[in-house]
Design a protein around this ligand. Structure first.
Ligand code: AVI
Length: 324
């Protein structure tokens, strides 16, 4: 089983350009897609097990309780289908579905797509070991690029998984653009299963991004460590602080890194000096929380109909099937 790659240099080139642009904006920003190097992916695995990070547990419960319903939607006629997963990560939740589909002798292939090559190789290796007969075709790519690839593949019905509230890491405009592009890449009858984190008590949400063990802090700061390693920067991590916020009016959790003093950071690979004032922030991530109305509006705006909605017992999270 080979990992199809979008070349590493393309990915690294994207990062250099993005960092140069983002650190010269006001406010400064870095894209959250660069969190996921080997260390960042490992920290994210830890985050998913934290007591405060309810998202993973909620979605796990939904998939486990509704795996049979989901299979009925995915293969109503028992025809073979392609299960394409965007942002597969460690596949822990997806394994619930894969196990059930294999037990039911469903005919499908699994195409995990991820920007972290390390996470993808770990996932593919562990899946192949667990289920040697599983047809798995891993793709190392970023989401938008992967969609171009999606439209050029086989005639089989596509079921796209976009789990874990990954959609929350897009701005509202980018989410519409992404679902429009997804819709354009699919054919009538193809499905998308999306995990949306719902708006709820603000304190519950804020705690999920400010855990007591400091794992989310390390995850956020690792972005600067990555720039030190890969772009020859000299960020002093002790001079930046993790600062998460949640605004219940917009439904946006945001993460920032705050400069603890006036300082200048040199980024060798970009030949760039970046000046920080005391208290100046770098915006590193947006994690949007949705209302049911916003989910319906996303489907309406991008040529999908809402086929089915599944929720957990606390009503914290929903997995929604959109049909093209
Ligand atoms: C991957 N993504 C959905 C996570 C989130 O909740 O926005 C990333 C994350 N950031 C901090 N904690 C987890």
């Amino acid at each position: 089983m080979a990992v199809h790659r979008n070349t590493t240099s393309e990915v690294a080139f994207g990062m250099a350009d993005d960092v140069r642009y983002g650190l010269q904006q006001t406010p400064k920003r870095l894209s959250s897609q660069f969190f996921y190097d080997a260390v960042g992916s490992h920290l994210f695995q830890q985050i998913m097990h934290l007591p405060e990070y309810y998202l993973t547990r909620s979605e796990y419960e939904i998939l486990d309780n509704h795996k049979a319903d989901l299979l009925r939607h995915f293969a109503p006629d028992q025809q073979p289908f392609e299960l394409v997963e965007l942002g597969a990560g460690d596949g822990l939740k997806t394994k619930i579905l894969l196990r059930h589909f294999l037990d039911e002798q469903t005919s499908f292939s699994y195409v995990p797509i991820d920007i972290s090559e390390d996470a993808l190789i770990d996932l593919a290796t562990s899946l192949q070991k667990q289920w040697p007969t599983l047809n798995i075709q891993p793709q190392h790519d970023e989401y938008f690029h992967a969609l171009e690839w999606l439209s050029g593949t086989s005639d089989k019905r596509k079921v796209v998984l976009f789990l874990g509230s990954n959609i929350g890491n897009f701005s509202p405009e980018a989410a519409v653009g992404f679902y429009q592009q997804l819709s354009d890449s699919l054919r009538p009858g193809d499905l998308v299963l999306t995990g949306f984190d719902l708006q709820k008590h603000p304190a519950v949400i804020l705690a999920a991004y400010n855990d007591r063990q400091g794992v989310t802090r390390a995850f956020n700061l690792n972005l600067l460590h990555r720039l030190n390693e890969e772009l020859d920067a000299n960020f002093n991590l002790a001079m930046f602080d993790h600062y998460p916020t949640y605004c219940p009016e917009t439904g946006e959790a945001r993460s920032y890194l705050v400069s603890q003093k006036k300082q200048t950071v040199h980024i060798g690979a970009l030949d760039l000096d970046v000046v920080f004032d005391y208290g100046e922030v770098i915006h590193t991530e947006i994690s949007r929380k949705f209302t049911p109305k916003q989910i319906q509006e996303l489907a309406d705006a991008t040529g999908f109909s809402v086929n089915a909605t599944f929720t957990d017992c606390k009503g914290y999270f929903v997995d929604v099937i959109f049909e093209k």
